[in-house]
Design a protein around this ligand. Structure first.
Ligand SMILES: Nc1ncnc2c1ncn2[C@@H]1O[C@H](COP(=O)(O)OP(=O)(O)O)[C@@H](O)[C@H]1O
Ligand SMILES: [Mg+2]
Length: 284
């Protein structure tokens, strides 16, 4: 279970917890050590007391929540942390809940298979792999995807979100966020159980460069090959996606995919919320 040990490099809680007048983690450790020594506590054993949940499942849940929260923070979308399934309209809620429930079930079965002897294991893969939330700007696509991922995290899956163009910018030379390497960035988003790739092919005029296509293909292909679900949000039509990213990438995105069309009024406008249409099956 290597995933439970994922380090979150830009988690700010360490710095936030520093005692007054202490500005670095090293200085904080020195201060803590001196306090422990004064109180006659063995520092080697002190860490075992109460700084994290004892129950492995609880500890894993904490780590997954932190990974999810940090991914929104890194994407500049911390405001979206509050959205849950109960905030969604009925159609969106049912669509994403069914989608995530299916992956929770698959994950559960995969874990059971892992307990068996390799010769006896069955290959279990989800029927619906990807989900595409398509629709106009402000229709609530990101909110819907975030609520879905949060539900996944609450049910024991590791989820992350990244806006497509931000991900690509991190892979450029020296572009990775502070404390991370490009390889770590790739691992983070390739390996989580559920990924929200927000605004796929957004802010790209006409045709994407080789760099964009290659990096995107590698990410999506790795996830498809390991049967890890990805939720895409986009305000482009399928034709526009083909135009920008090409047929090969479009077909990877569409791998066993379901589409939710969100054609509501712009929810950023202070209007009453309209009813949206639900569709399924990727256009080909
Ligand atoms: N289900 C919802 N509940 C409350 N507010 C919502 C909901 N869906 C959308 N909104 C509001 O509308 C805004 C736009 O939604 P967003 O998901 O960012 O649109 P999109 O990603 O489709 O462009 C959000 O910032 C939020 O304030
Ligand atoms: Mg959005």
């Amino acid at each position: 279970m290597s995933e439970t040990r994922v380090k979150e490099p830009d988690d700010m809680s360490m710095t936030a917890a520093l005692p007054p007048g202490v500005t670095t983690v090293d200085a904080a450790s020195a201060k803590v050590l001196s306090i422990l020594q004064r109180r006659g506590i063995d520092p080697a054993r002190a860490g075992l007391t109460d700084d994290r949940a004892d129950d492995p499942a609880e500890y894993q849940a904490e780590v997954y929540w932190m990974a999810w929260r940090n991914s929104l923070r890194r994407a500049g979308l911390s405001d979206y942390l509050r959205y849950r399934l109960s905030d969604l309209g009925q159609e969106e809620r049912e669509f994403v809940k069914d989608y995530i429930d299916q992956h929770i079930e698959v994950r559960q079965k995969q874990r059971e298979q892992h307990k068996l002897h390799p010769d006896q294991r069955q290959h279990i893969r989800p029927l619906v792999l990807n989900a595409i939330l398509a629709g106009t700007v402000g229709a609530g696509k990101t909110v819907t995807a975030v609520a879905a991922a949060r539900y996944a995290v609450e049910r024991g899956l590791m989820a992350r979100l990244v806006p497509h163009t931000l991900y690509l910018s991190w892979l450029r030379p020296n572009g990775a966020p502070t404390g991370m390497t490009a390889t770590q960035v790739i691992e983070f988003y390739e390996r989580c159980d559920v990924l929200v790739l927000d605004e796929v092919a957004g802010q790209m005029d006409g045709y994407a460069t080789n760099f964009v296509r290659t990096c995107t293909y590698d990410l999506i292909n790795a996830r498809v090959n390991s049967n890890r679900p990805t939720l895409f949000t986009t305000n482009l039509s399928s034709e526009q996606i083909i135009e920008v990213l090409g047929e090969a990438l479009y077909s990877r995105i569409g791998t066993r995919a379901e589409v939710l069309e969100m054609t509501g009024d712009d929810r950023r406008m202070p209007k009453t919320w309209g009813v949206r249409r639900t569709g399924s099956g990727m256009e080909r």
